[in-house]
Structures are given as structure tokens and as C-alpha cells.
Design a protein around this ligand. Structure first.
Ligand SMILES: Cc1cc2nc3c(=O)[nH]c(=O)nc-3n(C[C@H](O)[C@H](O)[C@H](O)COP(=O)(O)OP(=O)(O)OC[C@H]3O[C@@H](n4cnc5c(N)ncnc54)[C@H](O)[C@@H]3O)c2cc1C
Length: 389
């Protein structure tokens, strides 16, 4: 088995690592300060300027098909890039990409939604979760009732990332109650000016999701994304795309944190010796190193299976479950190694601590990943001890 990256992969990995170090990490103190004072970490102008620099290096639309001007680098390369971007908490992405399900847009919708999102002219949000349906997403209650050539939407969505900023939402609503989730749920592209409103939800992290309220929002028939009744499958496709990207980010962040822990342990002297000399601290460092490495291979295999066009759902669930828990353990240990300083807002550890807690909840909680993994094993969809393909 050959784990070697090819020359192109190595070059891209190195370039992104340098970019993160040179262009993003210098903003870290400013991001911490802004967030402490209740402002967004980065201002729009800075993001635009850095994105342009990245674009000049060829980093724009890394997953976007070439026909839309993207680089279409594929899952393995995307995993490697996500690991590098994870090394900083500066909120940044290269831009030039769109939600995977927007590629189901028809020609007219492409012009109004997909292409403006790729070009950064419009912002989307993915609105599936409801107050009474999170993990149990098939139990959504929002209704869409047909009246003439329009559908009338009523209901509430909750915890919608970008829900305050987006100018349109991909909204999932029940169009045929009898058919249940598969067949009875449809996805609508709903512009904010069609009448929905959003309310900010305060969380322990720096993410400010929103609740979205729909009261008799009229949506034209031509704004259905995909097929009537095909919404649930689209929703699952959207959620599935992020499953191995979250732990990819977790690897970069955890490696950075572990290095901070090691550096601190080597210089912090107690009772006449650096704490790095103490076995209690060494074990925290050792366990973190092993768990990061394990996550790396779970993530890379999930990405590689996808690159080969194989079903990677089981592998992605394992990577998400293990990787997001790994990150939470690593940040906790690194905070412990820093003692009181780890708990302050002078250092980014507590910020990462708050952010990483979310990774065990969204895009499928720990319990839902375990449920998926166990179901596959119990039903024999994945066989224990199966030979590597
Ligand atoms: C910051 C943030 C951003 C988000 N962004 C989005 C977004 O952009 N779009 C969107 O649609 N949603 C979004 N979500 C919602 C997110 O996907 C849900 O919060 C998540 O799926 C869990 O659903 P829930 O909160 O309703 O918890 P519940 O489903 O009520 O679960 C509560 C607890 O019970 C456990 N549980 C549930 N069912 C079972 C079971 N059968 N067996 C064992 N344990 C179970 C869960 O794992 C959890 O621990 C976001 C959430 C947050 C916090």
C-alpha cells in the first residue's frame, strides 16, 4: 500500500500551508479581539482581499466543476486542503463554490441561484432542521400547499447557518403528508424577499445560526429544486457532503493545538522541571498524537472512496464520529496543559474548545453516526473483518 502523495498533491498542500501561515494566521489576534467585542471575526473587505490573493494562486472553487470556472480538485485534494485550512480559526474559505444540491438547478434556476452563489453575488442557507425535527429530519412539519401556480409555505426552521445573511434559502417542506419523508418532502428555493424572516440565535460558539419563520410565503412553482417529493434525498446529500470535511478540519486544528501544548509543556517549569518531563503530561501528548493520526487515515480513506466513485457513507460516519470526538479530547488536554492560561481569552484554546463542541452535534450527532455505523454492521451492509477493496 502506497501512502505517498503525488507531486501535485504535495505542491498544493505546501502552497495552502504557506498561505494559511502568511495570509490568515496574522489575523488571529484581530479575530479574537473582534469576537470578544461582539463583532464578526473578519470584515468583508479583508475577506475579499485575501480571497483575491488565493484566487491568483489558483484557489477558487476548489470543488466546483471546471465548466463553472472551478478547479474541480476532487475529494482527496479537498481533504488535504481542509486539513490545512483547519490550522487556523480565522473564518475564511476560498469562495467560488456552491452547495452540492444546487447543481440540481434547471437552466433557469442556474442563472438565478447556482451561478450567483459560485460568483459570491448571492448567499444561500440550508433550511432543514425544525424545532421538533433535528436528528429525526424526516419528521419535519413545515407545509407547502399548492395554490394555482404557487406553493404557500408555513412553518419554522431552526439553527440555520447563514440564515441571517442569506438572501435565499433551500427550504424543505412537506408537500404530501401521506407519502412520508421519502416522496412527501420537496425542496424549494425561497428568496428572502418572498417574505420569510430570520432571528439570530445566540450560541456558545462564534456561529450565529438563525431561526427562519414562514407565514404564508408564496413560492412560484418554478422554484422547486429537483423533483416534487425528492426533497429528502437532496437534504441527505447536502448533509452527507460535510461528514468527512468536519473531521478533516479537526485534524488541522488539533495538530496546531497539540503543537501549542508541546511548546508550552517544554517551557513551563514547575517544581524545578519543565512539565514536559512529567509522565502525566507526556501521556496527554502521546494520546493526542495517536488519535490525530488515526483520524487522518479515517478521513483520507473516506475521501479516497468518494474519489473512486464508491459508497463512502460508512467511512464518512466513522471519520465524523471519531474525528469530532478526537478534537474535543485534544483541545481539552491542551487546555489542561496550559493550566489557567488555557482558560483565558488571551489564547485561542477556549475559542476552539467552544467551536469544536458543535462538531459533535451538527451534520449528524455522535449518536446518529453511531446509529448509522451500528445499523450497517448489524444488517451486514458492511461486514466485520471485510477485506479491503
Ligand atoms: C450552530 C448550529 C448550526 C446548524 N446549522 C444547521 C443548518 O445550516 N441547517 C440545518 O438544517 N440544521 C442545522 N443545525 C441543526 C443540527 O443539524 C441539529 O441540531 C442536529 O441535527 C441535532 O438535532 P436537534 O438539535 O434537534 O437534537 P435532537 O435530534 O433533539 O437530539 C437530542 C439528543 O438526542 C440524541 N438522539 C436523537 N435521536 C436519537 C436516537 N434515535 N437514539 C439515540 N440518541 C438520539 C441526539 O444525538 C442528541 O444528543 C445546526 C445546529 C447548530 C447547533
Amino acid at each position: 500500500m502506497d501512502f505517498t502523495l503525488n507531486d501535485e498533491q504535495k505542491m498544493i498542500q505546501r502552497t495552502v500551508r504557506d498561505f494559511v501561515k502568511k495570509e490568515l494566521m496574522p489575523y488571529e489576534q484581530e479575530v479574537l479581539k473582534n469576537e470578544r467585542e461582539g463583532r464578526p471575526g473578519m470584515n468583508a473587505e479583508d475577506i475579499k482581499r485575501i480571497r483575491q490573493k488565493a484566487k491568483d494562486l489558483g484557489f477558487w472553487g476548489i470543488n466546483t466543476p471546471e465548466e463553472y470556472g472551478g478547479a474541480d480538485l476532487g475529494p482527496v485534494m479537498t481533504a488535504l486542503i481542509s486539513i490545512e485550512l483547519g490550522r487556523t480559526f480565522v473564518p475564511f474559505n476560498f469562495g467560488g463554490s456552491a452547495d452540492n444540491i444546487l447543481y440540481y438547478c434547471n437552466e433557469d434556476q442556474e442563472q438565478r441561484y447556482l451561478i450567483p452563489v459560485i460568483n459570491g453575488e448571492r448567499r444561500s442557507c440550508f433550511a432543514l432542521s425544525e424545532p421538533s425535527a433535528g436528528s429525526d429530519a424526516g419528521n419535519i412539519k413545515m407545509t407547502a400547499v399548492k395554490k394555482g401556480s404557487e406553493w404557500v409555505l408555513n412553518g419554522e426552521k431552526i439553527f440555520i447557518t447563514n440564515g441571517n445573511e442569506a438572501d435565499f434559502a433551500m427550504v424543505f417542506a412537506v408537500t404530501d403528508k401521506e407519502k412520508g419523508a421519502r416522496g412527501g418532502v420537496t425542496c424549494f428555493l425561497v428568496d428572502r424577499d418572498m417574505g420569510w424572516r430570520s432571528e439570530y440565535i445566540h450560541t456558545m460558539g462564534e456561529w450565529g445560526p438563525a431561526s427562519l419563520v414562514f407565514e404564508d410565503v408564496h413560492v412560484p412553482e418554478e422554484n422547486i429544486l429537483g423533483e416534487i417529493g425528492g426533497g429528502f434525498n437532496l437534504g441527505m446529500q447536502w448533509i452527507g457532503q460535510g461528514r468527512w470535511l468536519i473531521p478533516a478540519r479537526a485534524i488541522g486544528a488539533s495538530e496546531r493545538l497539540l503543537q501549542m501544548g508541546i511548546d508550552h509543556a517544554k517551557t513551563r517549569v514547575t517544581f524545578g522541571k519543565p512539565i514536559a518531563d512529567r509522565q502525566a503530561i507526556q501521556w496527554m501528548i502521546a494520546d493526542s498524537g495517536v488519535e490525530i493520526e488515526a483520524t487522518k487515515w479515517l478521513v483520507m480513506r473516506a475521501a479516497w472512496l468518494q474519489e473512486k466513485g464508491q459508497d463512502n457513507r460508512h467511512a464518512a460516519s466513522m471519520a465524523k464520529l471519531y474525528g469530532s470526538n478526537m478534537a474535543n479530547r485534544v483541545v481539552d488536554r491542551v487546555l489542561q496543559i496550559h493550566g489557567g492560561m488555557g482558560y483565558t481569552k488571551e489564547l485561542p484554546i477556549e475559542r476552539w474548545y467552544r467551536e469544536m463542541r458543535l462538531w459533535r452535534i451538527f451534520e449528524g450527532t455522535d449518536e446518529i453516526q453511531r446509529f448509522i455505523i451500528a445499523r450497517n454492521l448489524i444488517r451486514g451492509n458492511v461486514k466485520v473483518g471485510e477485506l479491503l477493496d
